[in-house]
Ligand binder design. Structure first.
Ligand code: NAI
Length: 789
């Protein structure tokens, strides 16, 4: 009875090792020592460090550490190659990418074995996932290259891209970075992580072999110092980084105010939510892929299990049973589930964190069984008995350690899931499609997997919310991240702001009652906390009026009410459009009054500016229900819905010139996309913005969606930049102030756009295109939903 089941219980697996010979031969053919690949040539090995096999401790090769001089040579080679490469037709560039994809497939086993030797990941994973996905990325982008002219009209490549990648998916991360960059016409300098440089070096050889023009791809090896030299190099146009949040923040700070393009794909602490009606066995298999895939060294690892209280005991019991069957050992063995971690320092890090968590009261379960005495092996672990405050719950462990908690209601599940500074990915298991699709939009994460986990595809964007970074890789969004509008390169420095006297008399207006412009917070007019006012003067120093001197407290109040108004983002797009149309209508009805106000403050004829503003708001109303997502069909039985979501609360520092048009050119796209805003009007002409209160009130703009705080833009903008309740900041400001804002934004890694003292011709609405702002007002969340009965 039950004989087959019994056989499976006792079946002993024999070892099924993969042969390392060809990979070792390849290392030997290079004398086990590597230089850098710069301008299509190999430099002599110099300043070397060792790279070893973390499963055995054996030294594999000597790698060179690039200094600032080497980085500079690589940047120069990339710059030299740029002109010809970007001038090739998309089809020509696509042919090179296609040849790379083919070559990766032809040498797939060599890449897979080398990856496993260098990284310690099970050969099953490098063979079935890392390398095929890397090839898929090059195929997908070979397809993009000839489409760019028509799909991204009036866009040009950034130029030279500096790309810094981590050690957890060495070749795959290289593919994610290099494929879109090259398809768009950029050239690159890429630095692999110091622990895992070998497949990048083999890739360089592939570039040579297929005849990729020299200097299009340059590979420099080294540790953090090499990365730093890249980030601070003046002649790099864009930095793309994947790695820790800590280094991501340092990079954000160094690049502040430089105008360099920047994408950051950082850490995570992704929730794995299991509802009581889930298919439990599938959810447990999913969990194995979520947290024990690649020894848990995965930025989007489902490392926080949230299971519904009613099934918790059963689920945990079955999970432990499954954990006991995971095979840990030689990563070159094809039947192994858990291989070696990348390096001793990572093992130590994980062990330290576990000790800390245990000291804070956590219970840690590890299945029985021996761990090899040599090599970086860590048993799979399940942590229970924890509160959200435990370090194991809040910190990214980056190891095979799952932390389990329970919830009672869907609302509690969402609250727990979002209770993290990260927002990379999330998984939801339920057989109820309505519940899944109700929860997915509420999860603050760039990727949501329903009834599946860790699915990746080149056609589907990947990237984070919050401190998991910004920018997307893959999909249309990922392609767009390597292109910029052509007008960007024509921007000229803005003229200096006219100096105006700050002394003025305030004669009694013979005709009108005195009028006080207050702050506008939560749909109400509020006096400034400071109790001070600042004068607004016309061109000739004539007194025009006074506005409140806003301070930190006013901004805090405004952000608080803006956060309460985040529901604006889920208001139907049709409704948002109707409100914006109404705003345009009401503004139009008061044309003369607004034009006079502009004239009084700036001396310019305001009529044209008001007319342009009405048109701008009207256009943004039109976009509200059209700038939306897509449905991708990845090569598996699933769809991925790319949903366009608002960023959250946006801080806006308006330009000094064109006070009404400048402000509404930013506010209208921001609110059209569902973001509540806190606006700081210009210092010179704030009355055009404070006059908007009544227009906003009569246009049915809900309270808290538009908040206005007057005062010194440089001071108030910095408070907005530092505020963790603000998700994005747009600022017209000088170079110096823009740099200060971007540096101040690293706390919660808010997305920023600053004008850096450059002049924008806002009267010419067509020139910049509303889509530029709509893209900056939104982020894409990809929701994967499998199908098939
Ligand atoms: P890391 O962020 O230091 O390394 C990633 C890459 O950045 C490597 O190529 C490294 O050489 C480079 N780098 C380091 N310092 C730099 C600097 N100042 N400027 C420019 N580049 C620099 O990550 P590390 O130390 O290897 O791992 C530590 C922790 O980071 C992990 O335990 C994990 O929590 C997290 N991590 C997250 C990854 C992700 O995919 N989100 C990947 C790797 C690590």
């Amino acid at each position: 009875m039950n004989r087959i089941a019994q056989v499976f219980e006792t079946l002993e697996y024999g070892p099924a090792p993969e042969a390392p010979d060809q990979a070792l031969d390849w290392l030997d053919s290079h004398g086990r020592a590597f230089g850098h690949f710069i301008g299509g040539k190999w430099t002599k090995p110099a300043n070397t460090f060792t790279t070893d096999n973390p499963a055995t401790g054996e030294i594999l090769a000597q790698i060179s550490a690039a200094d600032a001089g080497d980085v500079d040579k690589a940047v120069k080679a990339a710059r030299k190659a740029l002109k010809e490469w970007s001038a090739l037709s998309g089809f020509e560039r696509g042919r090179y990418l296609y040849a790379i994809a083919r070559a990766l497939q032809k040498h797939a086993r060599l890449f897979a074995v080398l990856e496993t030797l260098d990284n310690g990941k099970p050969i099953r994973e490098s063979r079935d996932l890392d390398i095929p996905l890397a090839a898929r990325h090059f195929y997908h982008h070979a397809g993009w290259a000839p489409l760019i002219d028509t799909q991204f009209p009036s866009h040009v490549p950034y130029g030279v891209c500096g790309q810094i990648i981590p050690w957890n998916f060495p070749l795959l991360m290289l593919a994610w970075k290099i494929a879109p960059a090259l398809a768009a016409g950029n050239t690159v300098v890429l630095k692999p992580a110091e622990f895992t440089s070998l497949t990048a070096l083999l890739f360089a050889e592939i570039c040579e072999r297929i005849g990729l023009p020299k200097g299009v791809v340059n590979i420099v090896t080294g540790a953090g110092e090499t990365g730093e030299a890249m980030v601070s190099h003046d002649d790099i146009d864009k930095i793309a980084f994947t790695g820790s949040t800590e280094v991501g923040k340092a990079i954000r700070s160094v690049t502040a105010g430089t105008g360099k393009g920047l994408s950051l794909e950082l850490g995570g602490k992704s929730p794995y939510v299991v509802f009581e009606d889930a298919d439990i066995d599938s959810a447990i298999e999913g969990l194995v892929d979520a947290i024990w895939f690649n020894q848990g060294q995965v930025c989007c690892a489902g490392s926080r299990l949230l299971v519904q209280e009613s099934i918790k005991e059963l689920f945990i019991a079955r999970l432990k049973r499954r954990m006991a069957t995971l095979r840990l050992g030689d990563p070159m063995d094809k039947a192994v589930d858990i291989g070696a971690m990348v390096a001793p320092v990572q093992v130590e890090r994980v062990r330290d964190l576990m000790q800390r968590g245990a000291a804070e009261g956590a219970t840690i379960y590890e299945p029985d069984g021996e761990v090899p005495s040599v090599g970086c092996f860590v048993k799979p672990a399940l942590v229970t008995n924890v509160s959200p405050a435990n370090s194991l719950v809040s910190e990214e462990i980056f190891g095979p350690v799952l932390v389990a908690m329970s919830f009672r209601t869907p609302e509690e599940a969402v609250a727990l899931a979002n209770n993290t500074r990260y927002g990379l990915a999330a998984t939801v298991w339920t057989e109820n499609v309505n519940l899944a699709l109700d929860i997915a939009p509420k999860l603050k994460a760039g990727v949501v997997w329903v009834n599946g986990t860790n699915n990746f595809d080149a056609a589907v964007g990947f990237g984070g919310y919050k401190e998991s970074g910004f920018g997307r890789e893959g999909g249309r969004e990922g392609m767009a991240a390597y292109l910029k509008p052509v007008w960007m390169k024509d921007l000229k420095p803005a003229p200096a702001e006219p100096k105006r006297s700050d002394r003025a008399t305030n004669p009694l207006d013979a005709e009108h009652l005195d009028r006080t412009a207050k702050m506008y917070i939560g749909g109400k007019q509020a006096r400034p906390d400071s109790g001070y006012s600042r004068p607004v003067l016309g061109e000739n120093g004539a007194f025009v009026g006074e506005v409140g001197e806003g301070n930190r407290k006013d901004i805090r109040n405004a952000v608080e009410v803006a956060r309460k108004a985040l529901g604006w983002g889920t208001t139907a797009a049709h409704t948002r459009a109707q409100i914006l149309y109404y705003l345009a209508e009401n503004l139009d009805a008061r044309r003369t009054e607004f034009a006079e106000r502009i004239k009084a403050q700036t001396g310019a004829d305001g009529a044209a500016e008001v007319a342009a503003t009405v048109a701008r708001v009207f256009v943004c109303a039109g976009w509200a229900d059209k700038y939306d997502g897509a449905v991708h069909s990845p090569p598996m039985r699933a769809i991925a819905a790319a949903m366009v979501e608002p960023l959250g609360v946006l801080g806006i520092v308006a330009p000094p010139e064109l006070p009404l048009l400048g402000t509404l050119s930013l506010v209208a796209p921001a609110i059209a996309m569902g973001n509540p805003v806190v606006v700081v009007p210009s210092a010179t002409a704030p009355l055009s913005v404070t006059d908007l209160y009544q227009v906003l009130d009569t246009s049915d703009v809900p309270a808290g969606v538009v908040n206005i705080v007057t005062g010194d833009p440089a001071v108030l903008g910095k408070v907005l930049a530092e505020h963790d309740g603000v998700d994005g900041l747009w600022a017209f400001a000088s170079q110096e102030t823009s740099t200060a804002f971007e540096k101040a934004s690293i706390g919660n890694l808010k997305q920023t756009w600053t004008s850096r003292g450059l002049a924008y011709d806002l009267m010419d609405a067509q020139r910049y295109g509303a889509e530029f702002w709509l893209a900056r007002a939104t982020q894409v969340k990809n929701v994967w939903v499998p199908y098939g009965a």
